[in-house]
Each structure stands twice: as C-alpha cells, then as structure tokens.
Design a protein around this ligand. Sequence first.
Ligand code: ADP
Ligand code: MG
Length: 700
Amino acid sequence: MQDFLATPIEFLRGVGPQRGEILRSELGITSFGDLLQHFPFRYVDRSHFHTVSELNEELPYVQLRGVVDQVRTVGAKQGRRLVARFTDATGRMDLVWFKGVRWLQGSLKEGEEYIVFGKVSRFKGLPNMAHPEMEPAVAWDRGLESALQPVYSTTEKASARGLNSRGIARLVRTLLQYPELHVPESLNAELVAWLGGTGRQDAFRHVHAPVDDTHLQAAIRRLKFEELFYIQLQLLIQKSLVQREVPGHVFGKVGDLLNTFYAEHLPFEPTNAQKRVVKEVRRDMGSGTQMNRLVQGDVGSGKTLVALLSMLIALDNGFQAAFMAPTEILAHQHFKTLTAMLSGLPVEVRLLTGSTKTAERKSLLTALRSGHIGILVGTHALLEDVVKFERLGLVVIDEQHRFGVAQRARLWAKNRTPPHVLVMTATPIPRTLAMTLYGDLDVSVIDEMPPGRKPVRTVHRYDASRNAVFAFMEDEIAKGRQVYVVYPLIEESEKSDLKDLTDGYESITRRFPLPKYAVSIVHGRMPQKDKDLEMGRFVRGETNILVATTVIEVGVDVPNASVMVIENAERFGLSQLHQLRGRVGRGADQSYCVLMSGDKLSNDARTRLSTMVGTTDGFRIAEVDLQLRGPGDLMGTQQSGLPQLHLADLVHDVELLQQARAAAGRLLDADPRLSLPENAAIRATLRERMKDKAVWGRIS
Ligand code: ADP
Ligand code: MG
C-alpha cells in the first residue's frame, strides 16, 4: 500500500509530464505522498466576503465577489500590464497583472461574476489588487466543499502554469478522492487515542480539506506530534545504543592531580552548579560506557573550570585529553588559562592550531603519540588524521554552535574505544533546539553564576548622546576602570566598517588624549604580534580604553574592565551582543553596557536592543533570538543537523515537542526493540525513515 503513495506525481489525474516536471523542480513534489506532505500554510475563511468599501491595506488576504469588465492593457514594454475593473454593490477597484498578460486577456470574460482573492494595496488613492486569484462565481459555488480553504505555498513559475494555490488545492482534492488512497497508520493505538483519535489518513484529509476548525486543529496537532515524535524516537534510540553498546574507558580513580589541584591550585571555590556538573561528568566517565554530555551555561558561568577538572580526571587515570575551540583566539585563550592554572603541576599542556609552525608541529605530534602531552588545546586542526594520541580519553568541545554532529561523529572513528565527549555551549540554546540538536546527549546545566557578580546595567543610547557617553566613560576611567568600545566588522562591508573603527579610534583619542589617557586598538586585519601587543597593554591595565572589532567577542578576560560600549549595536545579533556584554561584569564592581545606535531602527533591531536592556538571562535572550530568526538562522542551517520539518516548528511547538519526547521515552522503556505487536506500525515507520542510517541495522 506504501506503493500507492510512491506513485510518481505525473500519474495523478490533471498533472501529466509537463506539470509533473514543474511540481518536481519548483516544489520538490515527486510522488503522491509528497503532495500529501505539501501542507497548507494558512487557511482562509471562504464563507466570508469583504466588500470594496471596507477595503484597506491593513487587511490580510481578502475575498470579494463582483463583476469584471473593462479588461485592457496599459503601458509599454517593462511597464506593460493588464488592468480590469472590478465592481461590487459598494464600489469598484482595479485588478492588475504584470505577468501572464496574454493568457489572462484571452480567458477573462467581461461582464461575468468572479470571486477574487488577494491582498489589497492603494494606488493613487484607489484600492487595487495585484495578481489576484480568480475564479468564475459559478465554478466557485460548485466547488465549495468547505468554508476553510487551504492556502498552499507555490512559486511564480509554478503559478504561471496553473499551479497556484488553487491549482494545487485541486490536485490534492483529486488525490484525496482516489478510492485506492490508503495512508498507513504510523502510531500505536494508545498514542492515536491520546491525540484525540484522529488516524493518519483522516488527519491528512482534515488538514487539506477541513470540515471545521475543531477537526483541523486536531489533525494539525496529530501530524505535528508525529513529526516531532519520530525525531525524538531516533535520538533516544541513538542515545540508548551508545549507552548499551559503545564501550567507554572507565575512569575509576580520583588521583593525585585532581587532589593536588583542588587543594593547592584552585583559584576560587567552585560554585555548587560547577561541582554538580563535575560530579555528573565523573559518574559518566566511571560508568563503562562512552560519555556524551552537553554542558549548557551562560557566558561567564565558569565552564572552563568544569572542563579542566574533567580533564584532570582523565589524566589521573592515565589518559590524555583534548580541548577543542572554535577559533584560534579562543584556543589561545584556553591554552593560556590552562597553562596558568596548572603551573607547578606535572601536566604538559600544548597548543595546536592551523598556524602552528611545521617544526613545532612535528615535535608536538611526536610528543602526543608518545603520551608526553597530557592536554592538547586547539582548533579543529585537532581533527586531522595526522593528529594521533597515545591514549585519548576525553575530548572537550567548546562549541559555540560551530561543531556539528558530523564532526562529533568523526572523533569516535579515531579509536576502538572512543573517548568520552563533553560538549560545552558558548551561549545558552533554547530548550526546543537543545532537545532536537542534542537530543542524543545527556545535558548538564550550570545555572548559577560565580558569587559576587552584579548584573551588568545596560542602556540604549542614540548617536546624538555621544558626548554624555564619553563623559560617563571619563568618570569610570577616573575610578580606575577600563572601557571596551566595540565596532561591528561584517565581511561584506569590511572597508566602511574599518573606516568606522579608525574614525572612532581617532575621535576617542582626541577626547581621551595622551599623556593622561592611553587607548589600544585591535582589529582582525592587524598582524598577530601587533594584536597581542595592543591586547597585552589593555590586559595589563596600561591602557584605559580598548577600541576593537568583535575579535574580542571571545576569549578576553579583563576583570577590571567595567564598561562595554557597543557601536552600531543595531547591526549585531542577539547572541553576539550577549557574548560581548559578557566581557564585563567579571570583577566585583558594578559594570555597564552601552548600546549605541542610529535613529532609524527596524522592528527586529528595536526588539533586540530592548531585550538586551531588559534582561541579562542568556536563556531568555536565546528564546527571543529564536523567535526573531527561526531555528535555521540561529544555528546555521547547513551543518547544524536541524531536521526538516513540514508542519511542526521549533519556535512555537515547545509543549508538543516535550510531549513527543516523553512519549518516545515511555515507548522505548516499555518496548526497547519495538517488538510488541501493538507497535508494529511504529517499527515499520521507523524502518522506513532510518533505512539509510547505520543505526537501524543495529536495532533490528
Ligand atoms: P564561560 O562559562 O563563559 O566559559 P569562564 O570559564 O571563562 O566562563 O569563567 C568566567 C570567569 O569566571 C573567569 O574569569 C573565571 O576565572 C571565573 N570563575 C569561574 N568559576 C568561578 C568561581 N567558582 N568563582 C569565582 N570565579 C569563577
Ligand atoms: Mg568559555
């Protein structure tokens, strides 16, 4: 019966080879099943008609009933368009087409009554509608099956071939009327009942041709649930497979290094959250199966210490550890931090990045193979095949959203018994995304900041108040504090961005002149040694102000810096702003963040800035970011491993996602191999979905 849904789309009545090709290339619909999965993105209440006299531009898509006449072409060449007059009992408007003019001209019948559907705009004070969907009223009256009319996404090219929303609706209706249509159930009876009893075939029917809103909502919920359920089921199977079948090195010992470090080198008392997370890590690494744990913690929550303590456990048990960072600057910073914290202890820490010199690299790789190096810090250069450890026991990935699932998998392949993996996110991830992207990992949350931190006070100022901002900087500097001034540097507008930065630097040095003040400048275009020099002066407190591009986003730690001024703040994304703000507020003093912007702000920019002013909670900020940008943009679609969703969405379906995950968990607890007869449908659906994946072979 699956076969029927796999039928190539051109065999559907009303399609044929030409439209079949359009459906394939424009909408990705290749089979009957694909057409069923091409869900409406909206519904219009077709029982309701607007009148011309009520029209205004605020209205969404509207439907009117009236007579069309005076069909004519106006303009020439590019401006050529077809215009028709549309009249109902209350007034008239123009209908306008810029494309498909010839075809329409032949088919529109003057004096006939039509139903028109579209978005209204105003031209020279009169309402008009461009490219309305049209249907003769007689045909419409005949075709009306339901008041809720589905609206389908389509493309210009498909529309021009009659595959506009209406055209697609017609095809779906045809498909739904085939007596052979059979959509196999994909859930067990218990879940179907829990979802209100709508079977899969009925759900498709109600989504495409709703009889009323109640049935429609139940159907949407059922289909969304199913999407989310299968994603979670796969993740949980993956996770339990790892736990069941992938062996892990057993780190049973609490050894000398950890004890000595704890007793003599620890610069501060770990927070309870840090202690709890280290305990979770230790339990995982002692369990005999491979650890795959994600540590979520806000900027400044102290993830580095958790990484260090975890690595010491590996070292105490005779293994090596790797610490991987997303950028060279961050790798440098981690290397410095770890070296400093471990000084006096017998641990060899080394750094490997893309710019490590050949000779150094050679000796490093030898020392690594011989087991002389305990901790190797680096960028993704660590993933290269030539990098061979003697006994790699733990990999820490300071992730910053940039290492995808695929890269994590590569780490496994290196060893028979794979290393334990600890992934640390640089900024919090919204719950739904964490559950979807990292659903196969165990999650620890560092939900507590080191003591004595005062939340950074954040304000938004327009460029016009620059003098007041300078005066404020002056006051803070007089108290002995240091100030960051950050400029955006976006590749596409690099030249003008660099000019902004150097102009800014000049006006700051004029306002804060030598010898009373000293100002550093750092940007990505400077040679590394100049960067190090300038940065070093600021870190040592020799300069009062650091003017920089976002190179300081990661890695800089100057507790005496208490002011972060972000120029053109409207151009930064939320997570970047949050990261930047995290550079201050690290000492005991009250810190400040000033978001500078121009007067003209988009709605999104306004929301970003007011969110920053309103909260310092990284999880909250991540949620807003998700709302504004959607999951794909937030995580970087390509390598993020986000699943394709037809109906469900990770912004709004939070609760349903949690329910789906819980249901998948319960199912696997009760029937780990899905071998009970009542779960046959689930097993079959899962096999279909996972047939390309190696994992399937291991459960069946
Ligand atoms: P992140 O989670 O952003 O990686 P870091 O590990 O860089 O945070 O820690 C931020 C700052 O807080 C560092 O200066 C670090 O030394 C300090 N820190 C971390 N843990 C504690 C603690 N328990 N008590 C005091 N300071 C801490
Ligand atoms: Mg960090």
